[in-house]
Design a protein around this ligand. Structure first.
Ligand SMILES: [Zn+2]
Length: 111
């Protein structure tokens, strides 16, 4: 058995934050840290919160997107999870926006 075949527990532990490959400095006392820095710790916490947040669908009046449009066609449909959102459609009359939102809500519930 060569040194290369040693179990991976011999390798220095790396940061647990998504996308970070920093190795962790050995901790002389206490339990070993999981993150290389405070910013990695809070980044990982935000990622966990995002992953747990439910996806919801919103119908709203577009602000920037409704400039120059007739007020009856200024509605938008938006998907939201936690602080992140994606606009699905803009420039809709309200009934069309609400129909689309209802279809998306059905789809989300059918998981
Ligand atoms: Zn890190």
């Amino acid at each position: 058995m060569t040194p290369r075949d040693r179990p991976s527990s011999q390798a220095p532990p790396t940061c647990a934050a998504p996308g970070c490959t920093q190795t962790l400095a050995p901790q002389p006392t206490g339990r070993p840290g999981r993150y290389c820095s405070a910013s990695c710790r809070s980044r990982a916490q935000r990622a966990r919160q995002r992953a747990q947040a439910p996806v919801s669908v919103e119908v709203d009046v577009g602000s920037a997107s409704s400039k120059g449009r007739h007020p009856s066609r200024s509605w938008m449909v938006r998907l939201r999870r936690g602080p992140d959102s994606v606009i699905v459609a803009i420039g809709l009359p309200r009934p069309a926006a609400e129909r689309l939102a209802a279809h998306i809500a059905d789809l989300l519930e059918a998981r």
